[in-house]
Design a protein. Sequence first.
Length: 218
Amino acid sequence: MTAYWPWWAGAVGLAVLTIGYTLATDRSFGVSGAWDRVLHWRREAELERMEAEFTDERALAAALDAATAEHFGTVPAASGPAASSPAAPVPPGPTGVAAEDGRRGSGQSRPAPLVTQAVLLVSIFVGGLIAAVSSGRFHLRFDMGAGYRDVVTGNPVAMVALLFVGGVLVGFGTRLAGGCSSGHGLNGCGRLRPVSLVATATFFGTAVAVSFLLWKVI
């Protein structure tokens, strides 16, 4: 029989991880958002470069002047912060992504640096690999174990297809909900955010219902 850590040790480990990540990066911990940014690393790297460049107020004003001149064919009479009037267009390109990212939470800062989130994802994989190898339970397989084979199907092709479809649905739901169990369940619920409380109750309640259906009904 496999020996697991006691439940309280897991709770302490998750608390140390989430609190430590927040203290180290001044950001909320979340895996799905990190995956999204790493998969679109070119866009995110360009956005980080532009943000670093435009921390200089004069550089930002100059960029707005150039965008205005390109769009209207004229240069604003005054240069500097006053030049960014409501009529001045926003420079095209990755700045639209900044607006999209800003909708992740009102008043929230940008996510952690791209390299930080890439290291987080690699560390999750390496940590799981070390735990599996050190416990002697590491082996490659294409299903969820004996229980999955007994309840769902014994056909290897069907199992891979179901896992693929399930992964796509999880990704769709995560995108639709604006976060996953780590973002909503650990951070959002810990901060008593209503959207995270509703999202966590929804996906955990659905998981319980489906598990009961599979094991007790089917």
